[in-house]
Design a protein around this ligand. Sequence first.
Ligand SMILES: [Zn+2]
Length: 177
Amino acid sequence: MNTNVECPRCGQWLAVDAAGPKRIACPRCLGEVIIHDAPQPVVPLDYATTAGDVNGELRRDLSAAIWGIAAFAGLALIALLGFKYQAQIHLRDAYIVGWVAFATGLIALGVLMSHFQRRQAAATGLPFQLRTRGERAASILVLGVAGVAFALVSIVAAAIAVFVLLILTCGGALKGI
Ligand SMILES: [Zn+2]
């Protein structure tokens, strides 16, 4: 693997083999150049600033992810509790909160895992897509809509479960006659 070192004497940049000898003579001024075990990669200045921005971008990504998770939990909770009070269903709020917390935990796991995969890719220099402000807003919106969709699916599933239970108990009662 080639690496670049600067000659401390004349300032000439030299491409050297990182696995090669640790001390070489500069071909320009014959000064001694020491190659350190962890050579500093030569990073062009414009790329260096982008690398700094990558961390800022990832921070913004993380806060968007957290806002998205909060949107999911908040809207799912509002939709389910709203439905409960509208339909005057007697169910303890704690069950609804627990159910939403369980789903939010799963969503948070997925969202944060994908975020830290991107972060890992950025840290190891693998290519990864930076997100625009619009994409971040869209991801929060999508998670909010998913929260409402989750509430609707929960209501439908609960209705089906109640219906099936009703049929089963009716069937049992009819058999008993
Ligand atoms: Zn030199």
